[in-house]
Design a binder for this molecule. Structure first.
Ligand code: ATP
Ligand code: MG
Length: 349
């Protein structure tokens, strides 16, 4: 029997609630499909920070390294801990240490759900670069407080970084409809984005079965609203992917449905799976959180671990369950609680 060690960080606010719901679903899927999931829970996050002055222990990353995958609920407690502390104290170090250079987010409507668009048929896989680009952190400020103050934020694009991300995009496109949309702004950014285009061109020779379409990010953003069905796999830099995947989340019905995976495709280091939403302090502790994004992220984890049938069964169960208004949380206009939805998903599996 295959067995997987999962490091589970429920984190803060609704992160705790949706993680509990997801674990129930994942364990039910494991039982049904005959593999073993061994979760180890780590109580790290903002409460830990308030007590210890850090988001996780000093050897936190080496504790996580032993796992086959990491599952994260959400971190953040804006009242007590500023957002940049929680981000730089937990999420970013994990992404960096385990070189999770792909951020993958699926955008499609599940049965019974609706987004703000009249269009209902779209199935977009957004692949965002997760370690460099516009968020490299390189830059500085001079003449601070002076009328001539200057701030510089440098984008860093390496051949290694761009090539491995694009390659991942080509591979995904090959497994889906064979269409890859590469997003740049090479008319305005004549170094980094032209470099990106050149590498795309080079790689496309290796993937003759994949059709590459190139869009500037502004045009792509508009097109995701007007013709979302025309996209399949989207590959983009850190900043552009960040923005486009939020549009994707919006058109698929909101944060309650937005799943994500931070992937290191080499599999030598653990990848991390998390719903896109944050700790949602406004509804924390009320049982109102929609667990679908979290459960979907859990299904992506099982897929990554090679348990494809179990992952597919969870997605089918989500579609079944959401078809009934009785299983909808308040963000979907229903009255169901987080744990009621989880129970319904477990039953459907
Ligand atoms: P962060 O600051 O951690 O990135 P965020 O800015 O994305 O988070 P959230 O905490 O995710 O903000 O919440 C944004 C809004 O969406 C809130 O009103 C919250 O209640 C709602 N929301 C977030 N997640 C869910 C969910 N799973 N179910 C229902 N509503 C949610
Ligand atoms: Mg926020």
């Amino acid at each position: 029997m295959n067995s997987y060690n999962i490091a589970v960080i429920p984190g803060d606010g609704v992160g705790v609630e949706v993680t509990e719901a997801t674990l129930k679903v994942l364990l039910a899927a494991a039982e049904k499909f005959g593999f073993n999931l061994a979760p180890t829970q780590y109580e790290w996050g903002c409460e830990y920070y308030v007590e210890h002055g850090e988001m996780m222990p000093a050897d936190g990353l080496s504790q996580l390294k032993k796992s086959d995958a990491i599952y994260l609920g959400a971190v953040g407690w804006p009242e007590k801990v500023c957002d940049s502390v929680s981000l730089h104290g937990l999420l970013l170090p994990i992404r960096k240490q385990f070189d999770q250079f792909v951020n993958m987010r699926p955008h499609r409507l599940l049965t019974g759900t609706s987004g703000p668009l009249k269009k209902t048929k779209f199935d977009i896989l957004c692949i965002r670069e997760n370690t460099e680009g516009e968020y490299s952190g390189a830059g500085g400020r001079v003449h601070v407080g002076n009328p001539h103050e200057v701030a510089v934020e440098t984008s860093v694009f390496t051949r290694h970084g761009v090539e491995r991300l694009l390659r991942f995009g080509f591979e995904q496109a090959r497994q889906r409809s064979g269409k890859l949309a590469s997003i740049t702004k090479s008319n305005a950014q004549k170094y980094s984005m032209v470099f990106w285009d050149e590498i795309t061109e080079e790689l496309s020779a290796e993937y003759p079965d994949v059709t590459v379409e190139r869009y500037h990010v502004d045009a792509a953003a508009a097109r995701m609203i007007t013709h979302p069905e025309s996209f399949d796999v989207i590959v983009a830099s850190n900043l552009f992917g960040d923005i486009l995947s939020d549009i994707g989340a919006a058109i698929q019905g909101g944060l309650g449905f937005a799943a994500s995976a931070n992937i290191n495709p080499s599999r030598e280091l653990p990848s991390m799976f998390e719903p896109v939403h944050g700790s949602a302090p406004d509804i924390a502790g009320l049982g109102k959180a929609n667990p679908v994004a979290a459960v979907w992220s859990g299904a992506m984890m099982l897929e990554h671990l090679g348990e494809t049938k179990a992952a597919q069964a969870i997605m089918a169960a989500l579609n079944d369950v959401l078809a009934s208004p009785d299983n909808c949380t308040p963000d979907m206009g229903g009255k169901a609680t987080t744990s009621e939805v989880a129970e319904a998903i477990v039953k459907a599996i």
